[in-house]
Design a protein around this ligand. Structure first.
Ligand SMILES: [Zn+2]
Length: 325
């Protein structure tokens, strides 16, 4: 007889602004860890100590599943895998987590050129690149053993399936139990902050960057159709008001897009000028996040034909197309 899965959140410290991260221990026929925290000694010790409270070490895990490549979730993946634990991620994660040189170099060139076209001063662009390199040091390269497909059953945990939930990260997966209405959601939906649809380079062998906010909105609209009673998020407490939260997030996107449209009332502006006007206090310290936020909403406006891009000397200027509705 198969056992019902016990869901045990494990909260670990991270060195990032987002604060602590939640991993999840699933116990039924199999014992599975979902996410592993950042690669810091503090986080590692805490994870080992909590597992020990459950009578476990890394070796005792039957599976390790990582929701997405960001180091606050994937940091200790390599160490867990090296303890002999089969490691599962979506196919899209491979170039990110495997330390693929070509992909990293393409990504860096992509960010440098893109920031330039956004009108970001080169000094600030370079600082962002250094921050990105530093960020990567909080996880070690590895190649997942198994690449489940969306809809596949989660091994050892009856009723759970893998969902592909991109937007916050292109490789983002969630675990969903339809009958019990449970979502182990990583960063797809957070209770206290909106998940940033981060700017991403084109996938390997592609030339266009993904429109991550549009992807994320599709993911949210898809999640809205599911039976979501309890969500276990990657940051913050488990929550039950998923439908309400999804509605609010989608609404907030359209409101922020309108604000940008208003900023474009008088003249066309670059992404950097929009960043400064929309986030005057934040833009220098958090430029990466701010640029993602602005570009995401410009993509949304562009997809609805409300702005168009004009290039002049390799700098993109966004122009409003018509009357604000
Ligand atoms: Zn996170």
């Amino acid at each position: 007889m198969t056992q019902k899965t016990a869901i045990i959140p494990i909260t670990l410290p991270t060195p990032f602004d987002v604060g602590p991260v939640n991993c999840v221990l699933l116990k039924s026929d199999a014992v599975t860890l979902v996410d592993s925290g950042a690669k810091t000694e503090e986080s590692r010790q805490q994870l080992l100590s909590i597992l020990k409270d459950h009578g476990l070490t890394f070796k005792d895990l039957d599976y390790y599943i990582c929701t997405h490549y960001h180091p606050d979730h994937a940091g200790l993946s390599k160490e867990i895998q090296e303890s002999g634990v089969p490691t599962l991620m979506l196919r899209e994660a491979v170039p990110y987590v495997s330390g693929d040189r070509k992909f990293i170099e393409q990504g860096e060139t992509f960010y440098t050129d893109l920031y330039h076209s956004f009108g970001v001063p080169d000094t600030l662009g370079r600082i962002e690149l250094l921050k990105l390199r530093k960020y990567r040091t909080f996880s070690s390269a590895f190649v997942p053993d198994t690449l489940p497909l969306p809809g596949d059953e989660v091994p050892g945990h009856e009723g759970f399936i893998f969902l592909k939930t991109p937007g916050h990260a292109p490789d983002h997966l969630s675990l969903y139990h339809e009958k019990d209405g449970i979502l182990i959601g990583g960063d797809v939906l957070l209770p206290h902050i909106s998940s940033n649809a981060l700017l991403e380079p084109p996938a390997l062998n592609e030339t266009e960057r993904p429109r991550t906010l549009l992807q994320y909105r599709e993911t949210l609209q898809y999640l809205y159709t599911l039976n979501l009673k309890t969500v276990y998020p990657g940051h913050g407490e488990p929550f039950t008001n998923a439908a309400q939260l999804i509605t609010k997030r989608l609404h907030d996107h359209t409101e922020r897009a309108k604000t940008l449209e208003h900023l474009l009332s008088d003249e066309p502006l670059t992404v950097f000028e929009l960043c400064r006007r929309l986030f005057p206090k934040l833009y220098e310290k958090q430029l990466g996040l701010v640029v993602s936020e602005v570009v995401g909403h410009l993509d949304l406006l562009q997809s609805e034909g409300r702005v168009r891009v004009e290039e002049e000397k390799k700098i993109s200027h966004y122009r409003r197309t018509g009357v604000i509705r």
